[in-house]
Design a protein around this ligand. Sequence first.
Ligand code: NI
Length: 171
Amino acid sequence: MATLTILNYPDPRLHTVAKPVVDVNAAIKQLIEDMAETMYAAPGVGLAATQVDHHVQLIVIDTTKEQNNLQVFINPKIIAKNGLTEYEEGCLSVPGVYELVTRAETVKVEALDKNGKKFILEADGLLAICIQHEMDHLLGKVFVEYLSPLKRNRIRKKLVKQAREVERNAY
Ligand code: NI
């Protein structure tokens, strides 16, 4: 297992559209393990392959405090959604930023599990929000894109400045 580097907004690679996983092979299984380790170490409740610069339709989620319920979604599709809810979201690719985003309250998602077996899940609460947030990543969309251009620009500037400081400290 290995911890992977998480891309930070506004890295243009975060806007790559992920391709479907054709075969749940050993390389994908390794990527799942590495992504889970990366998410748990961060710590975060969800991570999309896009965020670790692998552009395949794969997400890992664990909304438990105990980090003992890893959920893997390969080639996820939302087949039904209902209601609207607002939640203050954060993202491992946008460190230190939390903003309200409106999403569907419940979703019904169809995906493959870590063994390539198809399943259908009805989700609500934080899990439903997380699924939608991570699926956006696979489309190349970061949650700050739901905010006003003014707010988004402020966040972009702040993160660019942060990244420069990290770079400077590296010398
Ligand atoms: Ni995110």
